[in-house]
Design a protein. Structure first.
Length: 278
């Protein structure tokens, strides 16, 4: 299991601090660059960092675009453009993987089944394009009740990977799963090696606050958090662990450097550095 830090924790700034966070360890720590929002930043701020991060393992988070679109619509064309832009960035940064959301925006109850079907269709359509470009793609669980944008239940999300072509792996966002009260050990066991990555973060069970994984104010206990990491290591030993923490710089500086080195994650990775990060 390889460890990455998401640029979500800094937004479009302070890349020198981000680089400092992931360098100087015995085992390499990577970065997951968030491409950002569609149309607003045609040239993402991290493009200027290509040289600085040239020796750092890179993952990409695709734009927060609505990919679950109506066939033939303007939105479908825009989604295609965002997909192509992401493919170019993937090659430019020699990324190891890229994650996409199943959808964005609210999901009315009467549209949920139709949008589930459409999401699967779009992702299946893109699968050959990933294969042609030798890209590793993953699909993330998104949406939570407070935003009224839940598209897939736990069981439906698991079933999605019985439909999607093998080019698509799965990325489990722990925080999103907690907001939907998923049984994470069960999800991890059922999806197994189809899981290529995890976004590690916590919350209060209502808001997608992206607290650090072992935050004391989080909804799950340290014991429960340990059990999730242990299940991940057992059933998906090759998955990436990505720390996707929120925009709270002072808190981040403390959390990223201050945890003890004897947490389960450190032992599972064969290195004490994991405990310093989660």
């Amino acid at each position: 299991m390889k460890l990455y830090l998401s640029s979500y924790c800094i937004g479009p700034r302070d890349y020198s601090w981000l680089l400092d966070c992931v360098t100087g360890f015995e085992k390499p720590i990577g970065v997951e660059f968030a491409v950002g929002f569609p149309g607003k930043n045609p040239d993402p701020p991290f493009l200027a960092q290509e040289s600085a991060f040239s020796g750092v393992p890179i993952l990409l988070h695709a734009p927060y675009a609505e990919f679950c679109t109506e066939p033939g619509s303007k939105e479908e064309l825009e989604a295609e453009q965002e997909f192509q832009k992401t493919c170019q960035l993937y090659q430019q940064f020699h990324a190891a993987s890229v994650v996409f959301h199943t959808h964005e925006g609210p999901v009315p109850d009467e549209q949920r089944l139709a949008r589930q079907k459409r999401s699967a269709q779009v992702l299946s359509f893109w699968a050959p394009l990933l294969r042609e470009r030798n890209m590793r793609g993953t699909v993330e669980n998104v949406g939570y009740p407070a935003r009224k944008n839940v598209l897939f239940s736990q069981e439906e999300f698991i079933a999605l990977f019985e439909i999607l072509p093998p080019e698509w792996g799965c990325l489990i966002d722990i925080g999103h799963a907690l907001l939907n009260h998923w049984d994470l050990p069960e999800v991890i066991q059922k999806l197994g090696s189809r899981i290529h990555g995890y976004h590690l973060n916590q919350n209060d069970g209502v808001h997608d606050s992206h607290l650090s994984y072992y935050a004391p104010e989080g909804i799950i206990s340290k014991k429960e958090a340990d059990q999730i990491i242990q299940a991940a290591a057992f059933y998906s030993p090759n998955a990436n662990l990505i720390l996707e923490y929120g925009l709270r710089m002072d808190l981040q500086r403390r959390n990223l450097r201050g945890f003890p080195e004897n947490l389960p994650g450190g032992r599972l990775l064969g290195s004490p550095l994991m405990g310093k990060w989660i």
